[in-house]
Design a protein around this ligand. Structure first.
Ligand code: AMP
Ligand code: MN
Ligand code: MN
Length: 329
């Protein structure tokens, strides 16, 4: 995708921004670096045009991301109705469900939908949806470069750089293409603090995160001659390490890093009868299809779902599905 592809949509977004005063940026549940980086970059851009902006994403916001420029715009769900936004801009959010239907609160206002999930339901009045983009931040960057490159401050560039950095697994995943790398390079040109972001978000770990990693790595199991890896995070592991689920971002990559592993599942015990599952594929299997069977979704290589059952039951169920995939059943 290039700026050209969406020229008229980008013009429409700018018009919506310039003709309104109050904006709500929304993101998906348990927002990640791409989601929040994209939300905050848009926030800083819209604010610089003299507008009021608030941001909302349901679930847990990882503590480190609260240090990003623009994070002061984050608000509570209860505050949205009285703010009375005139335009909603949704970032990295494929469906209403993934934002916990926050759009229901604001009534009938124009929605701009900027996303890179293949499962996007095109719910916006303007839809900038490109599944070939490595990160939603790339779409925001295309928009800003197309309509007003001079607006891209070092803070905006840093938020967008972080989005690309996180969604490409620090430029290691298969989505690390020419577009992603060239955007990252240009963002450094706009002042993105690349080294500091990598240091803070990739290299540095909290003590409690490493304490949690020990039992999680201990839970690793291989099946189907080493082609499937599973890992579990149980409540007792959180209690003994003092960590929370949001400290476990990236743990699944350890499973995916094992020689010969093709499919990985990480199970998180959210409650006694509620389990969150993260899936990764390192072969041709599209794990978003499997996630979709349980009401989840995501991308071909990285997807997720939640099942209302115990962690051990869900582990058995999903493992059976994964075995079916690798054996071609
Ligand atoms: P995660 O394993 O949480 O890093 O998520 C991997 C990908 O799957 C991300 O693109 C998520 O947006 C997506 N995803 C995770 N959980 C769900 C879910 N319950 N429903 C839809 N998509 C999900
Ligand atoms: Mn995301
Ligand atoms: Mn994303």
């Amino acid at each position: 995708m290039t700026g050209e592809t969406y020229r008229s949509e980008f013009g429409r977004i700018l018009e919506l921004i310039d003709n309104n005063d109050r904006f709500l940026m929304i993101g998906h549940i348990d927002p990640d670096g791409d989601c929040l980086g994209s939300m905050f970059a848009m926030t800083l851009f819209v604010r610089a045009r003299g507008k009021d902006v608030v941001c909302y994403a349901p679930g847990d916001v990882p503590e480190r991301l609260l240090g990003l420029p623009g994070a002061d715009s984050l608000t509570d769900r209860d505050m949205i109705a009285s703010f009375a936004p005139q335009v909603v801009i949704a970032l990295d959010s494929p469906t209403h469900g993934r934002t916990e239907n926050v759009m229901d609160i604001v009534g009938d206002v124009p929605v701009v939908n900027m996303d890179h999930h293949p499962s996007n339901e095109m719910y916006g009045e303007v839809n900038i949806v490109d599944e070939s983009a490595a990160a939603a931040a790339l779409l925001v960057f295309r928009f800003l470069e197309s309509v007003d490159p001079e607006s891209i401050t070092p803070d905006i560039a840093s938020c967008l750089y972080l989005g690309i950095l996180m969604d490409t697994g620090s430029f290691r995943f298969q989505n690390t293409d020419e577009d992603a790398l060239s955007a990252a390079g240009r963002l450094i040109g706009y002042g993105a603090r690349a080294y500091e972001l990598t240091h803070e978000f990739v290299y540095m770990k909290k003590f409690r995160t490493l304490k949690l990693l020990v039992p999680v790595l201990d839970s690793l199991e291989l099946s189907c001659e080493g082609r499937i890896a599973t890992m579990q995070i149980k409540r007792e592991m959180l209690e003994s390490s003092g960590a929370e689920f949001k400290d476990s971002e990236g743990f699944i990559d350890y499973g995916a890093a094992i020689d010969d592993v093709e499919l990985v599942a990480l199970f998180r015990e959210v409650g006694p009868d509620k389990t969150k599952v993260s899936l990764r594929s390192r072969n041709h299997h599209d794990v978003s299809l499997l996630a979709g069977r349980y009401g989840g979704g995501g991308h071909a290589k990285a997807a997720g779902l939640t099942i209302n059952d115990s962690i051990d039951n869900v582990t058995k169920t999903i493992l059976r599905d994964l075995e079916g995939l690798v054996s071609g059943r």
